[in-house]
Design a binder for this molecule. Structure first.
Ligand SMILES: [Zn+2]
Ligand SMILES: [Zn+2]
Length: 148
């Protein structure tokens, strides 16, 4: 389980230098299973008494994303990007646009498609991204879906 890993252990595992900003940002992400924007991360850390400034938080998130500790996702209907932990194993996520909760999807629906595509294009496929957006049960009440 990734949840038992400490921020420090993860940073070391990825061969990054352990710095206070990295540790604080990662600890926050580990404690919240949701997509957070850089602003939200900055605000949450400030509330906890952290003295980090916004550009440090942002730079830390960019470093994490480059090293695949976090994943940067576009939030539809918003110009902001959100960040979430890139789980150690290959998983896909369902993201609620209302509360930004992240629910991992078990299994990969693209396996057969990948194989077909590889055969068709002679491409050595090494990865893919799939994120599904919607509204969770709770948020559906306040955000009616567009279905007729
Ligand atoms: Zn929701
Ligand atoms: Zn997949």
């Amino acid at each position: 389980m990734t949840s038992t890993l400490t921020a420090e252990a993860i940073i070391r595992q990825y061969h990054l230098k352990l710095t206070a900003p990295r540790q604080q940002v990662l600890e926050l992400l580990l404690s919240r299973q949701e997509v957070l924007t850089a602003d939200e991360i900055y605000e949450a850390l400030t509330q906890k008494g952290s003295a980090l400034n916004f550009s440090t938080v942002y730079r830390t998130l960019e470093t994490f994303t480059k090293n695949k500790i976090t994943e940067k996702v576009q939030i539809p209907g918003s110009r902001k990007s959100g960040f979430l932990l890139f789980t150690m194993s290959h998983t896909h996520n369902l993201i609620c646009l209302g509360c930004h909760k992240v629910i991992p999807i078990h299994g990969c629906p693209l396996k057969a498609f990948n194989e077909e595509l590889a055969a068709e294009t002679n491409f050595d496929i090494v990865g893919h991204d799939l994120t599904v957006y919607g509204y969770c049960e709770k948020c559906r009440r306040t955000h009616p879906s567009r279905q007729k």
